[in-house]
Write a new protein. Structure first.
Length: 331
């Protein structure tokens, strides 16, 4: 199979992985189109047949739909690393477009991160998670506790006995909310933000979204590069955060929306820069404003810093906001 054909196959597999359900060639074509990648249904069926033969996909109860196998997931991870560079930006923009949350109605879908941990670990350390929420280092005040992991198909092949999942709102949800108000958000990078006296000071590490196939916040947590426990004790430390750009013309509208988000329990904005001026040492394009947003996975950083195993999956799925609850009802 030549490089271009293999690229098409990987994109088809990626759609199946992201959606976590059986899909027809028509549905796959529709989702590929949101990535700006157009393939005829007949071509998709051809590649699905190849995927079946290689064990990357298997037919569902209906012969016209496919689900991805673990072998298919592994193939995505191992194939065309350079081709996948920048796919994080694409995933961000796609999920932002697909979510339909309404601030006014407090209904609709938001983007959820999933964190998997032992039940006994959760019981012992949930106060540490709660402290992050109390210090406004999470994306809003809501979460979802799932003790039955059967609803998360990605974990069906994993050993999940005695484990539970906590769903936290992904900070990219903010992009989708602003998009619904016709405000474009450019996700620039995820990074480590140094805090001094409980205020943003400077970024010490960064990974651009258009240059990675992995979520930067996941990377920083996995590398135990945060120092949120120190921040909680002293007001100084490094947290996970992201830097985004918004149009300068929307500056005052975003400030107004920030107050509404605060009342709704969905605010994760740490700082908004003045039009055209640097923010925490980061320059912005002409006609834009900088905006710093907390990392949605921050609540689990205190545990990771203590060498406690937590499996984090950023930008995992869309979920109805009504399923979430205020954090203090769970923690």
């Amino acid at each position: 199979m030549d490089k271009e054909a293999r690229k098409k196959m990987i994109f088809i597999l990626k759609v199946l992985e992201n959606n976590n359900k059986a899909m027809s060639s028509r549905k796959i074509a529709s989702h590929l189109a949101t990535y700006g990648y157009f393939l005829p249904e007949r071509t998709i069926r051809h590649y699905l047949k190849i995927c079946d033969e290689n064990g990357f996909t298997e037919k569902n109860d209906s012969r016209s739909t496919r689900v991805i196998t673990q072998k298919g997931i592994d193939e995505i991870s191992n194939s065309f690393v350079l081709e996948k560079v920048g796919i994080m930006s694409t995933k961000i923009n796609t999920l932002s477009y697909e979510m339909d949350f309404s601030i006014k109605k407090r209904k609709g879908t938001v983007i959820l991160n999933i964190s998997l941990l032992e039940k006994k670990v959760f019981t012992k350390y949930k106060s540490n998670i709660k402290e992050v929420f109390e210090n406004n280092l999470s994306m809003g005040k809501y979460l979802l506790l799932m003790e039955d992991l059967s609803r998360i198909s990605q974990f069906s092949h994993m050993e999940v006995k005695n484990k539970l999942a906590l769903g936290t709102i992904c900070s990219i949800t903010l992009n989708g909310i602003l998009l619904r108000h016709n405000i474009y958000v450019n996700p620039v990078f995820g990074g480590l933000l140094e805090m001094q006296d409980r205020r943003p000071y400077r970024f010490t590490q960064l990974i651009r979204y258009d240059g990675t196939s992995l979520d930067p916040i996941e990377i920083f947590l996995r590398g135990r590069m945060t120092s949120i426990n120190e921040y909680l004790s002293t007001g100084n430390g490094k947290i996970a955060a992201s830097f985004r750009e918004i149009p300068a013309i929307a500056y005052f509208e975003v400030l107004k929306l920030e107050k509404t988000l605060e009342k709704t329990g969905l605010n994760g904005i740490l700082s908004i820069g003045k039009p055209g001026l640097p923010l925490c040492g980061i320059s912005v394009k002409e006609g834009m404003c900088g905006m710093i947003v907390v990392g949605g996975l921050n609540p689990f950083a205190p545990l990771v810093e203590k060498n406690i195993e937590v499996q984090n999956y950023a930008l995992h799925t869309l979920i109805n906001f009504e399923e979430l609850v205020i954090y203090n009802k769970v923690l």
